[in-house]
Design a binder for this molecule. Structure first.
Ligand SMILES: NC(=O)CC(=O)C(=O)O
Length: 303
């Protein structure tokens, strides 16, 4: 075979693979990987890659990892565990895993170092192993409950300054990280930008988890008539920051499609976006805003 023919065949094969996972149908299967995060970065990354492979074997197109999946969620340790994006070891492993499994990966979040500042950053990889989106946590998580959870991300991290989306086939997906979910305006902007789904790698705790976790996830789904997927680390009771677990996928009606327990486990969930369109027609809130009575978000200035 001539070199030119070989190249053409490789290009066609590659195109077919990407089309297959991008899918033209009304949905895809998503995996939420609720991993146990340890103090050992290479163990965490190796575990994540193994779980991505399992998700592939279970027919998933997209795998979502939790917030801070490669390092303990600890303000004192972010800088020590940080790496450059792209190019660091974690990104290399995620890129390879996306390529070898021909999957999209929302790489939870990792501590990122850039110009001596540290960010809490989510990366998104396409089935060719390309970095197609990057979201730096926009709202930093500060909580001070006397005698309870005290955590101040704003002392250790710099905040991101952009909202970020990516395209999975014909579906548009908006990105946030954990605390970002509390800010309804951000999700509303994504809705106005045409997002069908919102994804938040997260790590709520034993105070906010029981009261706010499913409430916020379901609210963002109903407010925006969009699917919402939120992946948490598994609960480790003797760690510095005890994660709530309960990774979850909610549909545009606010119905919980699947919810994990607090344990180390994965969810595989089929999403049918045809239902989202039906719901948007049945309850047309988007066209019924009373802009004569209240201000709405000026999306043009925020994109
Ligand atoms: N981890 C977070 O950013 C947020 C959180 O735990 C909460 O809002 O509760």
């Amino acid at each position: 075979m001539f070199a030119g023919q070989k190249l053409l065949r490789q290009t066609i094969t590659l195109f077919a693979q990407v089309r297959m996972v991008s899918s033209n149908s009304s949905g895809f299967r998503v995996a939420l990987l609720q991993l146990t995060v340890t103090a050992d970065k290479s163990t965490n990354v190796a575990n994540a890659i193994k779980r991505v492979q399992q998700a592939k074997l279970n027919g998933c197109t997209l795998a979502i990892l939790p917030e801070c999946f490669n390092a303990p969620y600890n303000t004192a340790l972010f800088r020590e565990y940080s790496e450059v994006i792209p190019g660091g070891d974690t990104c290399e492993a995620l890129s390879q895993a996306a390529k070898s499994n021909e999957m999209y990966i929302v790489g939870g979040s990792i501590p990122e170092i850039c110009d001596d500042k540290v960010y809490n950053t989510c990366t998104v990889w396409d089935p060719n192993g390309n970095l197609i989106a990057k979201h730096r946590k926009v709202h930093l998580f500060d909580i001070n409950i006397p005698g309870g959870v005290c955590f101040k991300e704003s002392d250790a991290l710099a905040a991101g300054n952009t909202l970020n989306t990516f395209q999975l086939g014909k579906f548009k997906i908006g990105l946030g990280i954990c605390y970002d979910i509390r800010f309804a305006e951000m999700a509303a902007i994504y809705r106005k930008q045409g997002c069908d789904m919102l994804i938040y790698p997260s790590a709520f705790n034993m105070t906010t988890g029981p009261l706010h976790w499913s409430l916020l996830i379901r609210c963002r789904a109903v407010d925006n008539q969009a699917f919402v997927a939120v992946a948490s680390p598994a609960r480790v009771t003797d760690s510095n920051y005890v994660a709530w677990g309960h990774s979850m996928v909610v549909d545009p009606w606010g119905k919980i499609l699947e919810e994990a327990s607090e344990k180390d486990m994965d969810l595989y969930v089929d999403l049918d976006f045809g239902d989202r369109e039906k719901m948007r027609q049945q309850i047309p809130t988007e066209n019924q805003r009373r802009t004569d009575l209240y201000d709405t978000i000026d999306v043009k200035n925020k994109v």
